[in-house]
Design a protein around this ligand. Structure first.
Ligand SMILES: [Zn+2]
Ligand SMILES: [Zn+2]
Length: 422
């Protein structure tokens, strides 16, 4: 859809806008607003099917149907309007709120993702100079903040599907563009979720070493941007690449063992290196910490090549801090997705760390999971405590704090030493 459409506007900036702009809506337009306000999706669908004009009309507040649907956090209605050709950046709201601002306020990650994919401008500001992500942070919609901040337009990664320089074939086959795109935008960076997402997005058929190569190149690119270096994204790509490599090693090990065992056992084991990897990740040490994750993240941080940047220094300081009770995973989660403003007590999937999972262990009802698969992957640990009435499960430490403390290079290298030693 065209991004600019001629509409009636005040002729000059200085001309005072009438207090209540005259908007005369047709009966059809009124009905569309009405259906959206009541979340009547099937009626809205019928109405839209018969509506042949542009859906970028506005009500007396200068809001389009898409903006209303976004504000309601109604992802189906948002999708219908986008399918109908709604312009995601259109609107005449008196405080310059965009559909993305409204989606951010609604707290719906799905709505924000749909708007971003449709080309919503994440840097658009309202009349008080705030972006959608800043508005989301203001109302503590942290998942939305992370979603907007980690969004990457698909055209930014299309170059990896083309043959470059002396390559014989592109790093990323074009069939995996969509899957890879979703993979890099994931905000849950728990190692188990990374493995499950590689599976979900069909990337396991791909050579994981090449996936890592793309992530490395993306990291370099973020650090070499001329005016808008995004070191947090660079760090995220480094971390994802590192974990992809860990998962690849686990798969190689699994396949080598499986080859040996072939013949003696014909059991279908199509993706069970994910289980093997999950067992490494979720195995708790005596103090309840995830030893493999702690060690692997420290190793991963050590290998980050851009040691001058703030995100690296913050993470190293926090990992080395004796007073900081947060786990390594909590520390890098905060570094990549932003700090949570206060200590929320949100439930997490005991397997992959996804927020607000909607399933519970049916036996003890004390641990939560996204689905059956997450439960299966965690069972080897959970079976030891399941059904014990007063068992408590460790969910990692509280969010990291005191990120802003400045430290000099001597301190950094000293802390790196400690990190290497530990
Ligand atoms: Zn899960
Ligand atoms: Zn249980």
């Amino acid at each position: 859809m065209s991004s600019t459409e001629p509409t009636v506007e005040p002729t000059t900036q200085n001309e005072p806008a009438p207090a209540v702009p005259k908007v005369i809506l047709s009966a059809d337009q009124k009905e569309i607003f009405d259906r959206i306000s009541k979340n009547e999706n099937s009626e809205l669908k019928l109405r839209l099917a018969r509506f042949k004009q542009s859906v970028d009309f506005v009500d007396e507040n200068g809001m389009t149907p898409l903006q209303h649907a976004a504000y309601k956090g109604n992802k189906e209605a948002v999708q219908m309007l986008l399918d109908q050709g709604a312009d995601v950046n259109s609107g005449k709201h008196e405080y310059n709120y965009t559909a993305l601002h409204f989606g951010a306020l609604s707290g719906s990650v799905d709505v924000c993702m749909k708007l971003l994919l449709a080309g919503a401008k994440a840097d658009a500001v309202n009349t008080i100079g705030r972006t959608a992500a800043q508005m989301a942070a203001f109302v503590a919609n942290h998942q939305v903040v992370a979603t907007i901040n980690s969004f990457v337009p698909i055209k930014d990664i299309e170059c990896y599907t083309k043959v470059q320089g002396s390559q014989k074939e592109p790093l990323l086959p074009v069939v995996h563009l969509d899957g890879f795109h979703k993979f890099i935008m994931q905000i849950n960076i728990h190692p188990v979720r990374i493995a499950l997402n590689l599976q979900k997005y069909g990337l396991f058929i791909e050579d994981l070493k090449r996936i890592r190569k793309v992530l490395d190149e993306m990291m370099e690119r973020e650090m070499k941007r001329r005016n808008e270096i995004n070191e947090v994204l660079a760090f995220k790509y480094h971390y994802l690449g590192y974990m992809v490599n860990e998962i690849a090693k686990c798969r190689d090990y699994f396949l080598a063992r499986k080859d040996k065992a072939e013949g003696s056992n014909g059991k279908d084991q199509k993706s069970d290196f994910v289980e093997l990897f999950a067992k490494r990740v979720l195995k708790q040490g005596k103090d309840g910490s995830l030893e493999y994750v702690e060690a692997t993240i420290r190793e991963c941080v050590r290998e980050f090549p851009f040691r001058e940047c703030t995100v690296f220094r913050q993470v190293v300081t926090q990992l080395a801090s004796k007073e900081n009770p947060a786990s390594a995973l909590e520390i890098i989660k905060a570094a990549i997705n932003g700090q949570r403003g206060f200590q929320d007590t949100i439930s997490l999937c005991s397997s992959c760390g996804e927020e607000k999972p909607d399933k519970k262990c049916s036996k003890c009802k004390e641990v939560q999971y996204c689905d059956r698969e997450c439960q299966r992957l965690h069972w080897f640990m959970h079976k030891k405590v399941c059904a014990r009435p007063s068992s408590t499960t460790a969910q990692g430490g509280p969010p990291a704090k005191d990120a802003k403390k400045d430290i000099d290079s001597a301190e950094i290298s000293e802390q790196l030493q400690k990190l290497v030693a530990s």
